[in-house]
Write a protein that binds this ligand. Structure first.
Ligand code: NAD
Length: 299
């Protein structure tokens, strides 16, 4: 099998890269941090000296899994970036969650070198990355996607081509809008219940199978009752994603009033030192706002 390039070996990238090796692929990897790259070497990968070096040593596919737009831009078009090492016929699959506008810009830059690009962000956290059961939402040309979807399937339970380049990122942002608004609605409802004199746990039992039911309600309400805020998906990452929603929305003159509200709440949480908590910590925000406890009455 051809060697796959993998750049960005953090919470998500490391287990994803390991799953590719487990599936029988050879890997050449790079991370600006020493430790994760060394760990992958002990797992059988070759270590590249830079993103450019990874691109020149990789076969058809180079995967990036980096924090945000700026990092992907650095890895693609910065000094010693992919553009310096790539060649015609290669495909960069960016699996980071970044701005769809940046994905489209990078696709054009890569096209200048004859290389293709697929955006393929994921949903599901560290555990699903480890299990290889991520939901992968992709954007790009059909024919290019067909050529790489078996590789993506080594990391995900579902791999869906949504549309042209950027469509994967747009889908991911839609996911983050719906999840962020849903979690804040759960927190608001439960704080209202407590303040109005009903036990949130019993409210939860009463409504969970009705129209208000959702996976967010199921996963996050118990966390709020128990004060169980270890991540999961960190507040800091959700702020980043909603920031990408607002920026993209402004560029297209969209209107996203709920996202604007939720990011304000999340920034307030981060300013209190909670940016590393699970985004269910919106429960803490509402507890403070209302002077009540969601798990037990503080009054
Ligand atoms: P992370 O911060 O744990 O890992 C990022 C890695 O990239 C780090 O090891 C860092 O050293 C490396 N890096 C940064 N800039 C680099 C560069 N220019 N070249 C090479 N390496 C570089 O982040 P993560 O949690 O793995 O998230 C990665 C992406 O996946 C983000 O866009 C995030 O929003 C998305 N995501 C995360 C989760 C989650 O639960 N953590 C879930 C779904 C999607």
């Amino acid at each position: 099998m051809e060697k796959i390039g993998f750049i960005g070996l953090g919470i998500m990238g490391k287990p994803m890269a390991k799953n590719l090796i487990k599936a029988g692929h050879e890997l050449v990897v790079f991370d600006t941090a020493e430790a994760p790259a060394e760990e992958l070497v002990s797992f059988g990968a070759e270590r590249g000296a830079s993103a450019a070096d990874v691109a020149s040593k990789a076969g058809k596919v180079i995967i990036t899994m980096l924090p945000d737009s700026k990092d992907v831009r650095d890895a693609v078009s910065g000094p010693k970036g992919i553009l310096e090492g790539c060649r015609a016929g290669q495909t960069v699959i960016d699996m980071s969650s970044i701005s769809p506008i940046v994905s489209r810009e990078l696709e054009k830059e890569l096209a200048g070198r004859g290389a293709e690009m697929i955006d393929a962000p994921v949903s599901g956290g560290q555990e699903k990355a480890e299990q290889g059961t991520l939901a992968i939402m992709a954007g790009g040309r059909d024919i290019v996607f067909e050529g790489v979807k078996d590789i993506l399937a080594c990391m995900g339970a579902t791999v869906t081509l949504v549309g042209e380049i950027g469509a994967g990122q747009i889908t991911k942002l839609v996911n983050q809008i719906i999840v962020g608004v849903n979690i804040s609605a759960v927190a608001e409802g439960m704080a209202f219940a407590r303040k109005a004199g009903a036990d949130p746990r019993r409210v939860f039992e009463a409504i969970r199978k009705g129209l208000a039911g959702s996976q967010c309600l199921e996963d996050k309400a118990p966390r709020m009752f128990e004060g169980r805020y270890a991540p999961g998906f960190r507040v800091a990452l959700h702020i980043k994603d909603l920031w990408n929603v607002l920026e993209t929305s402004r560029a297209i003159k969209g209107s996203v009033p709920l996202s604007a509200q939720v990011i304000e709440m999340m920034i307030a949480l981060a300013n209190e030192g909670h940016e590393g908590l699970d985004h269910a910590a919106l429960g803490l925000y509402y507890e403070k706002l209302n002077g009540v406890g969601l798990g037990e009455d503080k009054a």
